[in-house]
Design a protein around this ligand. Structure first.
Ligand SMILES: CC(C)(COP(=O)(O)OP(=O)(O)OC[C@H]1O[C@@H](n2cnc3c(N)ncnc32)[C@H](O)[C@@H]1OP(=O)(O)O)[C@@H](O)C(=O)NCCC(=O)NCCS
Length: 166
């Protein structure tokens, strides 16, 4: 599915100062039909919490291609949000971001990393490719703008005892 010529990507840790760039990606990346995008207030509130971290994929000092937002609780991590700007898709950026998040989670002592995805979101394919497995389902959790309801699928990746970079 690669549509973009490979460009060097820097993966760096972000913070509240990157919120403008995060919201630019957020607005461009998520289909408004499903209401999955977070508001600026939600992102800021989360980033103010301890043990939440933001991972950025940069293509230059002032150019961001994607981000991932994670949370660590007790001995588990959650990948709360991941988005790549449409101009940069298909170049492996989301895969790279997830690998970094898994490494960070492992370094913090997480045994597993979870995420939730709307059924029918093409991102599910990516997560499964990377070894995430279904552990739960919330029926009709998401509501599309057209009124259609979609299940939320909870996926999990077992970090313990795995070579998580592969
Ligand atoms: C999902 C998303 C983050 C993927 O970003 P990306 O950088 O294009 O993904 P990658 O290039 O790393 O893809 C890696 C693999 O995942 C699969 N994949 C990624 N996006 C896919 C899509 N839309 N449809 C089908 N497969 C997809 C591909 O098989 C690809 O493998 P390949 O290179 O062997 O073809 C991006 O499409 C996005 O921002 N979507 C909107 C936001 C969203 O829905 N986020 C997830 C829910 S929080």
């Amino acid at each position: 599915m690669s549509t973009v010529a490979p460009r060097p990507i820097d993966i760096v840790e972000g913070n509240l100062a990157d919120l403008d760039a995060v919201m630019t990606i957020m607005d461009a990346a998520f289909d408004p039909a499903f209401g999955e995008a977070w508001s600026r207030g939600q992102c800021a509130g989360l980033l103010a919490q301890p043990r939440c971290w933001l991972t950025l994929a940069r293509t230059g000092p002032h150019e961001m291609a994607g981000f991932a937002l994670c949370h660590f609780i007790i001995d588990e991590a959650e990948l709360l949000l991941i988005a790549v700007h449409p101009d940069y898709r298909g170049a492996g950026i989301a895969r790279t971001l997830i690998e970094h998040c898994r490494n960070d989670a492992s370094a913090m002592g997480a045994k597993r990393i979870h995420l939730e995805v709307r059924e029918d979101n093409p991102a599910e394919h990516l997560y499964r490719q990377m070894g995430f497995e279904t552990i739960g389902r919330r029926p009709k959790y998401y509501k599309g703008k057209d009124g259609q309801k979609y299940d939320a699928i909870t996926l999990s990746y077992n970090i313990s005892g795995r070579n998580i970079s592969s």
